[in-house]
Design a protein around this ligand. Structure first.
Ligand SMILES: Nc1ncnc2c1ncn2[C@@H]1O[C@H](COP(=O)(O)OP(=O)(O)O)[C@@H](O)[C@H]1O
Ligand SMILES: [Mg+2]
Length: 275
C-alpha cells in the first residue's frame, strides 16, 4: 500500500530534487566550456599513465591551447606532484580555482584527502559523488582540452569515471612488455564495449632496458592507431617540471603522439578550432 508523504517529507524531497537539478545545471555549464576531453588510460598502474597525461597537457599548453588536467585516479592521485604543483586550490564560497603549473590548470582527488599517504577505499557511488562534486565546484574557465588521468584497469573505478565524465576519446598507455600489453588489451576491449573512442596506443618505457614493439603489436592487433613510443629516461626523476618542456627529444616524442591523437580527433570531428 502506498504511504502518503507528510508535508515535511514532501518539502525535503523537493529540496533534494532542486539541489540535484542545480548541481546538474552547474556541471553542464562548467563542462560546456570545455571543448574536448581526452582520457589517459592503462591496463595497470605504474606504466606511465600519469607521466603521459602530465606531459601531454604541458605539450598542449605549449601549442597555445587552454588546458586543464583532472586527476581522477582515485587510488593513486599524484598528477599534481608529477606536474610539480606546490600550491593548493583556492576554495571560496564553494567554488574551486585550480592551481596552475606551466599553464596547466590541475585538479586532483588528492586535494580532498586528509592525509597524503592514506588509502581511501572508494566505492562506486562515492566516486560518482566525488567526481560530480569536482565538476560542480571547479572553475576551469574556457578550456580547449581537459586531460583526464584515469584510474587503471577494468574495475569499478574507471567504469564510474567513464560514466560520469563522457570523454571524447582515450589514449591508452602500455609498456614494451607482453604482460602489460595483455592488460591493456583487456582494458581496450572494455572501453570499446562502452562505445568510447580509443584514439590510439602509446608505448612507454621504450628502449634498451625493456625493449620495444609490444605497443605497436597491440595497436595492429586491435586495429588502432599507433601513436609512437616514449623512451625510458632518467630525466623523469625531476619532478619540478615536465620533461616535455625542457628536452627536445621528449618534445619530439610528444609531437608525434599529438599528431596521431589530433588526426583521430579530426576524423571524429572532436578537434577544437585552432585558437
Ligand atoms: N619514460 C619514462 N622514463 C623513466 N621513468 C618513467 C617514464 N615514464 C614514467 N616513469 C616513472 O615511472 C613511475 C610510474 O609512472 P606513472 O606515470 O606514475 O605511472 P602510472 O600513472 O601509470 O601509475 C614514476 O616514477 C615515473 O616517474
Ligand atoms: Mg598514476
Amino acid at each position: 500500500m502506498q504511504q502518503q508523504m507528510t508535508e515535511e517529507q514532501r518539502q525535503a524531497r523537493l529540496a533534494q530534487i532542486k539541489r540535484q537539478w542545480e548541481q546538474r545545471r552547474q556541471i553542464g555549464r562548467s563542462l560546456g566550456r570545455i571543448k574536448t576531453k581526452i582520457g589517459v588510460y592503462s591496463g595497470k598502474g605504474g606504466v606511465g599513465k600519469t607521466t603521459v597525461a602530465v606531459n601531454l597537457a604541458a605539450y598542449l599548453v605549449k601549442q597555445g591551447y587552454q588546458v586543464g588536467l583532472l586527476d581522477a585516479d582515485i587510488d593513486c592521485p599524484n598528477a599534481h606532484k608529477v606536474l610539480g604543483v606546490t600550491e593548493r586550490p583556492l576554495v571560496e564560497d564553494g567554488r574551486l580555482t585550480p592551481p596552475q603549473k606551466d599553464g596547466v590548470k590541475v585538479v586532483s582527488m588528492a586535494f580532498f584527502q586528509e592525509k597524503e599517504d592514506e588509502a581511501i577505499i572508494w566505492r562506486g557511488p562515492m566516486i560518482h559523488n566525488a567526481i560530480n562534486q569536482f565538476l560542480q565546484m571547479t572553475d576551469w574557465g574556457d578550456l580547449d582540452f581537459l586531460v583526464v588521468d584515469m584510474p587503471p584497469g577494468t574495475s569499478d573505478a574507471p567504469l564510474t569515471v567513464m560514466q560520469v565524465l563522457s570523454m571524447d576519446g582515450f589514449v591508452v598507455v602500455t609498456t614494451p612488455q607482453a604482460l602489460a600489453a595483455m592488460d591493456a588489451k583487456r582494458s581496450i576491449n572494455m572501453i570499446r564495449k562502452l562505445n568510447v573512442n580509443v584514439l590510439g596506443v602509446v608505448e612507454n618505457f621504450s628502449g634498451e632496458v625493456f625493449g620495444a614493439g609490444a605497443g605497436r603489436d597491440l595497436a595492429d592487433e586491435l586495429a588502432l592507431p599507433y601513436l609512437g613510443s616514449v623512451a625510458l629516461r632518467p630525466d623523469y626523476k625531476d619532478q619540478t617540471r615536465a620533461p616535455v618542456l625542457s628536452l627536445a627529444e621528449v618534445e619530439e616524442e610528444y609531437h608525434a603522439l599529438w599528431s596521431g591523437v589530433r588526426a583521430q580527433l579530426e576524423r571524429l570531428e572532436r578537434m577544437p578550432e585552432q585558437v
